[in-house]
Write a protein of this length. Structure first.
Ligand code: PAF
Length: 273
């Protein structure tokens, strides 16, 4: 992959990069399309990264649909290169992540609930950046904490890549697009749009109520939902990702949520101001 891309770069071909774990959906395609509008070639990596899973069952059951993914990308453009390495290609025999400190961003929310997750993400993204060496890389805001951590990774390791955050792509009923959505039962899929509806109400309330009051309200709403189990709802500073104590006019905030529908874990977030 490096050799192929080095040859293209010598011919002044600009390379954009969309890292994925496959099971591609419209959310991924929106990143690819944005990339195609800003680069000559887009590399899409498809790699289910074992070191970022804290739950073995989730790793085993994670959808793997490489053939369909390649076909789908082929319908979008012929300026796309798919890079689908094996676990051995990336890790050799030592499937371990590097340990990272991301200025505390790694301890909040997903970091608190998914042990080692961001070490795994940092390891694979750094490795893929070394291989692909893109000018620009595209990440969805659905994983907003991941996006901020990757910005920090690039800053700490002085990696010459421009990180571009892309708006969350949603189904018509508001559910944030995710590869895990395909694993929801019909009933859970019907219940799941409640997550985004609640975020929209929370945003409305944040204009007039304290973060604590909004959080209490959200927790109460989820207690009335038999199919959805709230793991966390946090209103946090967009930059530090620390939970807000008292609102300040000069800061921006986002609400972050993680919910179980059956054994499927869904996350979402929304800008509040
Ligand atoms: O967001 C994802 O799909 C993954 O975390 C990523 C960035 C491809 C790393 O495995």
């Amino acid at each position: 992959m490096s050799t192929c891309l080095d040859t293209l770069k010598k011919e002044n071909v600009s390379i954009g990069f969309v890292p994925t774990m496959g099971a591609l959906h419209d959310g991924h395609l929106s990143l690819v399309e944005k990339g195609l509008s800003q680069n000559d070639i887009i590399v899409v990596s498809v790699f289910v990264n074992p070191t970022q899973f804290d739950n073995e069952e989730d790793l085993v059951k994670y959808p793997r649909t490489l053939e369909d993914d390649v076909k789908l990308l082929g319908t979008v453009s012929n300026s796309i290169i798919v890079y689908a390495p094996t676990v051995q290609d990336i890790y050799g025999e030592d499937i371990k992540s590097q340990f990272f400190v991301f200025d505390g961003l790694e301890h909040e929310m997903e970091g608190a609930f998914r042990d080692g997750h961001f070490d795994g993400v940092g390891t694979i993204v750094k490795r893929l950046f070394e291989i692909v060496k893109p000018e620009k890389a595209y990440f969805g805001e659905k994983d907003f904490q991941q996006l901020q951590i990757i910005r920090k990774l690039v800053e700490i390791y002085k990696i010459p890549v421009n990180i571009i955050g892309c708006a969350i792509h949603r189904a018509e009923d508001g559910l944030a697009m995710s590869s895990r959505n395909t694993r929801l039962t019909k009933k859970d899929r019907e219940a799941a749009p409640f997550i985004y509806k609640t975020l929209l109400f929370a945003k409305e309330q944040f204009g007039i109520k304290s973060a604590t009051k909004v959080t209490e309200w959200v927790e109460k709403q989820f207690k009335k939902q038999p199919l959805l189990e709230l793991e966390y709802f946090t209103i946090a500073d967009t930059k530090t990702l620390k939970p807000v104590k008292r609102k300040s006019k000069n800061k921006t905030y986002r609400a972050f949520i993680a919910v179980y529908a059956g054994d499927i874990r869904l996350i979402d977030n929304i800008a509040l101001n």
